[in-house]
Design a protein around this ligand. Sequence first.
Ligand SMILES: CC(C)(COP(=O)(O)OP(=O)(O)OC[C@H]1O[C@@H](n2cnc3c(N)ncnc32)[C@H](O)[C@@H]1OP(=O)(O)O)[C@@H](O)C(=O)NCCC(=O)NCCS
Length: 331
Amino acid sequence: MVRSVIKGLGSYVPPKVVTNDDLAGLMDTSHEWILTRTGIEERHFAEEGVYCSDLALEASRRAIADAGITAGDVDFIILATLSPDHHFPGTGCGLQDKLEIPPVACLDVRNQCTGFLYSLTVGDALVRTGAYQNVLVVGAEVHSSGLDFTNQGRDVAVLFGDGAGAVVLSPSPDPDRGLLYSKLYAEGKHAKALCANVWDISRKPYLTKEDLDQRRHFPSMDGKTVFKHAVTRLVETVKNTLETQGISREDIKYVIPHQANMRINQIVADRLGWPREMFLHNMQRYGNTTAASIPLLLDETYRNGMISKGDLLLVIAFGAGFTWGSALYRW
Ligand SMILES: CC(C)(COP(=O)(O)OP(=O)(O)OC[C@H]1O[C@@H](n2cnc3c(N)ncnc32)[C@H](O)[C@@H]1OP(=O)(O)O)[C@@H](O)C(=O)NCCC(=O)NCCS
């Protein structure tokens, strides 16, 4: 049996750090409000002129080097983002160009905070068919250009940060290692609870000055609904994963959760009756980096020497759509 394994991983955040106090200088908010409700202390913002594909490039270079391959060995690129370089073409194509490699397949995945988990699952399937040897799976975001830093947008603007994370997925003949399981979900009836209303293709033209005047290009969020559904679905998906895979909490070394809000993850841990320390976090320093959050956390955890061969990781995510899912990865 062929499994896909992470042959290399890397991440990148732009150098500029923006603290909660910095945001409090732009809108009516405070370090205390943000910290107590989300756990976030600071985030990184890209400078003007930096594209999503630029952050993706840095993370990809690191993952490729860590895998011990060259960029030219990559034969498929999957790039997850909700902040693409442009409406079209896909940002994966931009990354291919910036990697300066010959033409390869490029796929953009638009599943927001669950985007990396969806991409990992697709990459795994591609590797296991035997058709691809080095699938580059990237999550990257430049949120800072799309946030409303006035009081009107403060509920969303304080949550997000920019960054990128990448892995190289390759085949392994060891049936006990690599991506052992994944299960994905989406429920579109909650689309309006977290969305950007710009680009309404049913309208002719689909983009007007009125859209900008009415601030439709900024995200709109019903925070309480997102919070409630995130907790319910994440608890449910963890329970399903354990039940269908015949494993227990004791088999799992760490939970690598999407980094939306520390309270969400703590409540999930509490409802499951699991120690909160099993759920790893770095959102304190990066905020919610959407598709980048899981590979960013995975990369940091690996580089900190916290993961050993044989460790079982449970990856979980929830985001706009709503979309959610889980994966089990044996290191
Ligand atoms: C956004 C979130 C932190 C808000 O927390 P909350 O406890 O639900 O807060 P509320 O929405 O009840 O707002 C409480 C008050 O704070 C205010 N407020 C909102 N944003 C604020 C900010 N950045 N700073 C200070 N006050 C703020 C609200 O206007 C409201 O004021 P009011 O009571 O006078 O009307 C929380 O709902 C959340 O984290 N939701 C999930 C969001 C998420 O994870 N999204 C990404 C999913 S992938």
